[in-house]
Design a protein around this ligand. Structure first.
Ligand SMILES: [Zn+2]
Length: 444
């Protein structure tokens, strides 16, 4: 414990950030309380007890604890609709692979919240949760799954590991688990934090969602890239593609800058290349490497699946969700100028997932009557309520009068949208027409 206090002192001298030991707490996990008292006495810290809050989030010795779940539940139950996504994203940043059960639990809390339920009661869910999570292009509401979010966050550590090789933590990991962080002197345990991250990256590679080859080396001065053992040209290492001559390099751990000096390759073989196999491989190697020109920038990394070459959690999450979540036939129509709740309402209209009398009776609810209360004539289906009912028809004709647009009359949502899409006019006018109809349907 005295060493920890010394390290904190060194940290203060190096960074200028002073840690007030008297205001700090020491927490014990698997330690008896008398031992904890001794440690607190030695350091001058207070004895803390679990769970505690940091920063504002309840934490205990497990990564995603039960108290964290309860906290989320309370936040979600009290939150207003608009805060939905924000709260979910803000409340959970998993530091390790969250287990299956916790993710499922959190998803079911979100699901209940989405449909207006609470911890005590759940309401009828009209659309599969997985579909709601999917992106707009895939017919969902672009909420994104927590599983993908968790994996994408862990993947960010791989990106940091690659792009910040000078960071202290990266140097420590490399010292323990080798240059690529996946083994080395020690066995990598999946239960450890780093082992967990490597495991997630491997599983995303195996399923071809985010393959290892998506992270590409961009060669600058060639001073931090091993010529043979790192992937910098093509999809695999030169060592694996040119095995025979790789073995003949005097130093097959060499850097690119060791071999490419002033735009000329200086090969250094342990014996001359004479056999035809060696010479063929060498010719191949030359054609693979001939285009490389060094510059004075440091070697860096690029994420080839992102437009700007930078790995972002949102992009990672999108890629993972695009594979894991179901795909609907038609993309979700979303207009930023109308309120989110109206957009969601219209998405449900398009899917015919609103509690009309017909839909409720289809779901097994006992209804006294399923005919329309307004006209007492047709069955109260969505098509009837919004298009076929005499009252609906009146509103449509008023819209036609008011906008002076020749609406041909529609029987259902699909026909109206097909007409709108084919209407030969500007996008702005189409958006206005859509907004007017959206307002009418929302009020109906
Ligand atoms: Zn009616």
């Amino acid at each position: 414990m005295a060493n920890i206090v010394n390290i904190l002192n060194v940290f203060y001298r190096a960074s200028g950030l002073k840690i007030n030991i008297k205001k700090s707490n020491v927490f014990g996990v698997g330690v008896i309380s008398s031992e904890l008292d001794i440690m607190a006495n030695q350091t001058g810290c207070l004895v803390g007890s679990l769970p505690f809050k940091y920063p504002g989030l309840p934490l205990d010795h497990r990564y995603c604890s039960v108290c964290c779940l309860e906290f989320a539940h309370k936040r979600l139950t009290n939150a207003q609709n608009g805060a939905f996504v924000g709260v979910c994203v803000g409340a959970f940043v998993f530091e390790a692979r969250a287990d299956f059960c916790i993710v499922n639990n959190l998803e079911s809390i979100r699901l209940r919240f989405f449909w207006g339920g609470s911890s005590e009661s759940s309401k009828m869910a009209w659309v599969r949760w997985e579909q709601i999570l999917a992106s707009l292009e895939k017919g969902g509401l672009n909420i994104g799954s927590l599983k993908a979010f968790n994996m994408a966050l862990l993947m960010k550590w791989k990106w940091r590991f690659l792009s910040k090789p000078e960071a202290l933590w990266v140097r420590i990991i490399k010292d323990i688990y080798g240059r690529d962080g996946t083994g080395g002197r020690y066995r990598l345990h999946k239960t450890g934090v780093w082992g967990n991250i490597v495991d997630v990256c491997n599983s995303l590679n195996d399923t071809n969602i985010i393959p290892h080859s998506a992270f590409k080396k961009v060669i600058g001065n060639g001073l931090s890239t091993r010529l043979w053992k790192e992937v910098w040209v093509g999809e695999s290492t030169l060592a694996s593609r040119f095995e025979r001559i790789f073995r003949l390099d005097i130093n097959n751990d060499c850097l690119i800058a060791d071999r490419l000096i002033d735009d000329v390759w200086h090969w250094n073989w342990s014996r001359p290349l004479q056999s035809s196999r060696h010479l063929t491989e060498f010719e191949d190697l030359i054609s693979n490497t001939s285009l490389l020109v060094l510059n004075d920038k440091n070697d860096s990394w690029s994420f080839s699946l992102a437009m700007d070459g930078v790995y972002m959690v949102n992009e990672g999450r999108r890629l993972i969700d695009a594979t894991l979540l179901p795909i609907s036939e038609s993309p979700t129509r979303w207009l930023n100028t109308i309120p989110r709740k109206v957009n969601i309402f219209l998405w449900r209209v398009a899917l015919d997932k609103l509690p009309t009398r017909l839909n409720l009776s289809k779901r097994g609810l006992e209804m006294k009557q399923i005919s329309c209360l307004s006209c007492n004539y047709g069955i109260e289906s969505l098509d009837h309520a919004l298009f076929g009912c005499p009252i609906a028809k009146q509103v449509w004709s008023r819209i036609q009068l008011w906008t002076n647009v020749g609406l041909p009359g529609f029987d259902n949502w699909l026909l109206w949208i097909a007409w709108l899409d084919n209407w030969a006019t500007t996008t702005k006018r189409k958006e206005h027409a859509y907004s007017i109809v959206a307002a009418y349907m929302w009020i109906m």
